[in-house]
Design a protein around this ligand. Structure first.
Ligand code: TXA
Ligand code: MG
Length: 318
């Protein structure tokens, strides 16, 4: 299959929307990472996502919609999830909430769970696509299962080219990290995956301390599987200096072939993270290096999510 690279204009949106309507797959930019979209009401189309990504069937998908009102057609919100949605949508927050009994969402999306993950993206291209298509779009990150997320159309093409109909080319993603996933249960909010919105920002809205469940042993969110995000080369964290056989990614004063943020800015580091892991993977081969070393990233703000992704990326693939 020839994967078309679509320009951001009315023809591009119309073409992408037609593909979704006919059950095909289109990758599109969101403010976090590129998503691999399918019509969320069409089980055959949703099944194609799993095939294209070679994703294990038990891993459920996020449904993308234009606004909270549409989200409430599919999921039941409570006091906390309403507060958070009102504050952070559109934006990098995913809410996991009980699925409504009578929805026409493909059951493949939830992979058998009685909850559904929903997100209202802020990226203008994602929003225009949702508007043109005029329906819910199921979209995991647009990368083959087990490799790192894509933050540009070129990453999508190198990972999924030939396996999907088209990519809407909307340039680089701003946040660079996936959305923060929260679950509110029995009056308690949990973060299932840290991401673009920090724990502190969420606590400020809720007015109470929440727990970070992402490294617990119970698999509430299958994306917690430890080696979910991985570059090809082995990765060593908290490096001060590269070994002979290592390609170095720096941060702040710790230098390397690349630097996530020479100013030590965590927002800039998050934006660059996946792109630099992709680049390091490619450049390491050219330079005859077999490993990647990465400088220590502080554990506050977006640093929590960055360290979570790096820990997964440095876990040997099973
Ligand atoms: O920023 C993002 O969230 C991107 C963009 C494209 O929206 N999407 C993304 O999707 O990262 P994905 O499929 O790569 O990760 C979604 C995560 C998975 O770890 C999945 O297990 C979890 O969400 N998830 C989905 N539905 C769930 C549910 N009902 N309960 C718990 N976890 C769920
Ligand atoms: Mg993913």
């Amino acid at each position: 299959m020839d994967t078309k690279l679509l320009k951001i204009n009315s023809d591009g949106y119309a073409y992408a929307s037609e593909i979704l309507k006919s059950g095909g797959l289109v990758a599109f930019p969101t403010e976090t990472v590129y998503g691999l979209g399918a019509n969320a009401l069409n089980s055959d189309a949703v099944a194609e996502i799993y095939t294209a990504k070679k994703r294990p069937n038990f891993n459920p998908l996020i449904v993308h919609v234009l606004n909270l009102e549409t989200a409430q057609k599919f999921a039941v919100f409570n006091k906390d999830t309403l507060l958070l949605a009102n504050k952070f949508w559109p934006g990098p927050l995913t809410v996991v909430a009980p699925i409504k009994n009578k929805t026409n969402l493909s059951r493949l999306i939830t992979a058998g769970l009685d909850t559904v993950a929903i997100r209202v993206p802020a990226h203008p291209v994602a929003r225009k696509l949702l508007e043109t298509f005029n329906g819910p779009i199921a979209a995991p990150s647009a990368n083959p299962s087990g490799s790192i997320s894509s933050t540009s159309a070129a990453h999508v093409k190198s990972g999924l080219g030939g396996r999907i109909q088209a990519i809407l080319n909307g340039g680089k993603c701003d946040v660079g990290l996936e959305s923060t996933i929260i679950l509110s249960n029995n009056g308690q909010c949990n973060i299932l995956r840290s991401g673009g919105i920090s724990e502190k920002e969420i606590e400020e809205v809720l007015g109470y301390k929440i727990s970070l469940n992402q490294n617990s042993d119970t698999l509430i969110s299958p994306g917690q599987l430890s080696s979910h995000y991985a570059p090809n080369a082995n990765l060593r964290m908290n490096a001060i200096k590269a070994d002979e056989d290592e390609y170095m990614i720096g941060f702040g004063d710790v230098v390397g072939q690349l630097n996530l943020s020479s100013q030590g800015n965590l927002i800039e580091a998050a934006t660059n993270l996946f792109a630099y892991l992709h680049m390091a993977d490619e450049d390491a081969i050219t330079l005859g290096k077999t490993k990647i070393a990465i400088a220590k990233i502080p554990m506050h703000g977006l640093g929590v999510a960055i360290n979570d992704r790096l820990t997964r990326a440095s876990t040997p693939k099973s």
